[in-house]
Design a protein around this ligand. Structure first.
Ligand SMILES: NC(=O)C1=CN([C@@H]2O[C@H](COP(=O)(O)OP(=O)(O)OC[C@H]3O[C@@H](n4cnc5c(N)ncnc54)[C@H](O)[C@@H]3O)[C@@H](O)[C@H]2O)[C@@H](O)CC1
Ligand SMILES: [K+]
Length: 462
């Protein structure tokens, strides 16, 4: 599984330098970038009257190329600039545009506004003399397209240095940047489309969580080879049931709900009283503990017993509350890495001193615990103690409802049981969960996700 790279400004520059070293000029790359962005805007918004806002650097240079290309397509296009270009390539792009350039302050609005004021070179908040007219023109537009990044956003940490009306569409040039996938910036980008400008194969540091390849069972498969997942039951049967059903629908061959006796639907779910022998079963591929566990006596005891096993573990919900309360020292060094799945509040209780972006936090958590951290959020981050990290595309906001975390824990149990690398397993779970949410659509409840997992998994079969 290998997702798209998510670059810092410095990594982007390095990738561009590699292109220049092959003999491409800055203006050549800018022309490619601008034309690609113009074509994406044209495909999306057609021949609407367009205003392109150009800044002083190469992001502005892209803007002039975009204006020229849209003019070729027959669009009524105007350009307004915050000042004269300050780079050779941007000056060349402005010459190639050759048309009038309005003063930003005096420009009239247009239905489509393309923001080419600042990209990866933004280093400080915008002064009012730029921010005010930009804000006025962007707010008056029916559609806003950002070139590379919405202006006012810090590339590497996703901070909003200056608040402008958010983009509907952001054309990321060559590769995703961190700000496209870190909050609060990610919520200002709208849809993000990556334009191929021939950056080749940029460095693979942080990657985007992509569709996981999932193999259909072979002829030799049996229920154990497809993964046996044990879900620890506790005080809230609904939560453990959601996790169990999700583990089943994600493709585990055998799911056992341990600590909850009785019969019921689905009949395919094995219920078994809690006993040490069941927990010691070598065929267990992963164990999920935390959803509905409870945080008092029996819950604590079950967590201790689970931690003492060698099974790959998903530690979620109440298991995280218990670890935060009793101290992370309770998390022993384990042969199979555990995956911790905190949301922001749980994370803050586990690591009260950690700050920075969600990416920083996940990496710090992974380093401190020796476990994989799956930090849930708009863009969920997965980090491995060895320094690898991946970020998900924004998940459907409809997922913000009770029980969806229990479903994620169950999916993750199955992925851990089926895959060797817990980092890959965590990514696969995040992707399937988000995809099930997308398929379930508006007003979903957690139970719907279980129903839609089948389609989500089927879409990943080779
Ligand atoms: N580097 C390259 O070769 C290419 C870059 N491309 C574009 O170039 C962008 C990066 O270009 P640059 O590095 O020139 O940076 P930008 O165009 O993002 O902006 C940098 C310029 O703005 C100034 N500046 C920064 N913050 C400011 C603020 N708050 N108020 C006023 N001025 C401010 C800087 O001093 C500099 O002059 C990318 O986002 C992408 O759009 C593309 O054209 C492809 C080629
Ligand atoms: K921009």
């Amino acid at each position: 599984m290998s997702g798209r790279p998510i670059l810092t400004a410095a990594e982007t520059k390095a990738a561009e330098e590699a292109v220049f070293a092959r003999g491409v000029s800055v203006f050549g790359l800018m022309t490619k970038a601008g034309r690609a962005a113009a074509e994406i805007a044209w495909d999306r918004f057609g021949p609407r009257e367009t205003l392109v806002l150009c800044g002083p650097g190469n992001n502005g240079g892209d803007g002039y190329v975009i204006a020229a290309r849209l003019r070729e397509c027959g669009v009524r296009v105007r350009v307004a600039a915050s000042g004269d270009p300050t780079t050779d390539a941007a000056r060349e792009a402005r010459r190639a545009w050759g048309g009038p350039v309005e003063v930003l302050d005096e420009a009239a609005p247009a239905p489509l506004v393309i923001d080419a004021l600042f990209g990866t070179g933004l280093s400080r908040p915008l002064k009012n003399k730029i921010a005010e007219p930009a804000s006025r023109l962007l707010a008056a537009a029916a559609y806003r397209v950002a070139v590379d990044l919405p202006s006012g956003i810090a590339t590497d940490d996703g901070a909003v240095l200056t608040e402008l009306p958010p983009a509907h569409l952001t054309v990321a040039l060559g590769a995703l940047k961190r700000a496209h996938r870190l909050m609060p910036a990610a919520a200002r980008c709208g849809e993000v489309v990556v334009a191929d400008i021939g950056l080749g194969d940029p460095p693979r540091g942080v990657i985007e969580i992509g569709r996981p390849p999932i193999a259909a069972p072979g002829f030799e498969a049996n229920k154990y080879t497809r993964g046996k997942v044990v879900v620890a039951a506790g005080r809230m049967p609904g939560a453990t049931m959601l996790a169990s059903l999700a583990a089943q629908r994600a493709g585990a061959g055998y799911v056992e709900l341990l600590g909850a006796e009785g019969e019921g639907v689905p009949h395919a779910l094995v219920r078994r009283a809690w006993d040490d022998e069941a927990l010691a079963d070598k065929r267990i591929g992963a164990m999920v503990i935390g959803p509905g566990l409870g945080t008092e006596g029996e819950g604590r005891r079950r967590l201790d017993l689970a931690l003492a096993t060698d099974h790959p573990l998903v530690l979620d919900a109440d298991a995280l509350t218990l670890l935060a309360r009793d101290g992370l020292d309770r998390l022993p060094a384990r042969k199979a890495l555990a995956v911790l799945t905190p949301h922001g509040g749980e994370y803050a209780r586990l690591f009260p001193d950690a700050g920075g972006t969600a990416l920083d936090k996940a990496l710090v958590g992974a380093r401190k615990t020796g476990a994989v951290i799956l930090l849930k959020g708009v863009c969920t981050v997965v980090a491995h103690p060895d320094g690898r990290a991946a970020i998900g595309a924004p998940a459907p906001a409809w997922l913000a409802s009770a029980g969806t975390g229990d479903v994620l824990a169950g999916i993750l149990g199955t992925m851990l049981a089926q895959m060797d690398d817990p980092f890959e397993a965590a990514q696969a779970a995040v992707w399937l969960h988000s995809e099930a949410g997308r398929r379930a659509g508006p007003l979903l409840i957690a139970d719907d996700l279980v129903e839609h997992l089948r389609g989500a998994v089927a879409g990943c079969l080779a």
